[in-house]
Write a new protein. Structure first.
Length: 168
């Protein structure tokens, strides 16, 4: 017997998380187990996932002792956009596994967090809907080439018309 898949409807701010591992633990509490497993895992034997963690953990952050410790800030500037922290939403698939509103909910969250959203070519929401949900927050676009140059041209024209400044 096949069961019906239900996705999360959870929304709202997640106060006081310290790192992305803690954020992942909180997400696991509201996203259905099968969906969370897909989202949190890597492809194949997860070699790339392990290497990403290893590479990131190899970089040391050396604080400047006694430098502006009263009011620390995670704010940074990326390509002229000031963001609240060096965290950018990458172009990921299957947003609707995490929340029934999919990319729209993700875009709204990115806007509230004040960082950069990266839309993927084959999102489940329409590009103008995502851009509208971002309410002026910076948006990048991941472009996958099609064998059909007319399709490529239509996609790039839409991206330009929406004012998305970065495509890669």
């Amino acid at each position: 017997m096949m069961s019906e898949f239900k996705t999360s409807q959870a929304e709202g701010l997640i106060p006081n998380f310290v790192n992305t591992y803690e954020l992942e633990e909180r997400a696991q509490k509201v996203i259905p187990a099968d969906a969370f497993g897909y989202i949190a895992s890597g492809a194949g034997d997860e070699f790339t996932l392990r290497e990403n963690d290893r590479s990131f953990n190899h970089k040391l952050i050396i604080p400047h002792v006694l430098a502006d410790v009263e009011n620390p800030s995670t704010e940074t500037v990326v390509d002229g956009d000031t963001i609240t922290a060096p965290i950018i939403l990458a172009p990921v698939a299957a947003h609707k596994l995490a929340n029934e509103a999919g990319e729209i909910a993700s875009a709204q969250g990115v806007h509230n967090f004040k960082t950069i959203y990266t839309t993927r070519s084959y999102a489940s929401a329409d590009l103008p809907e995502i851009t509208t949900a971002l309410a002026g927050s910076p948006e990048w676009f991941q472009f996958y080439f099609s064998k059909d140059n007319e399709i490529n041209k239509r996609i790039i024209d839409r991206v330009k018309a929406l004012g998305i400044k970065k495509s890669f």
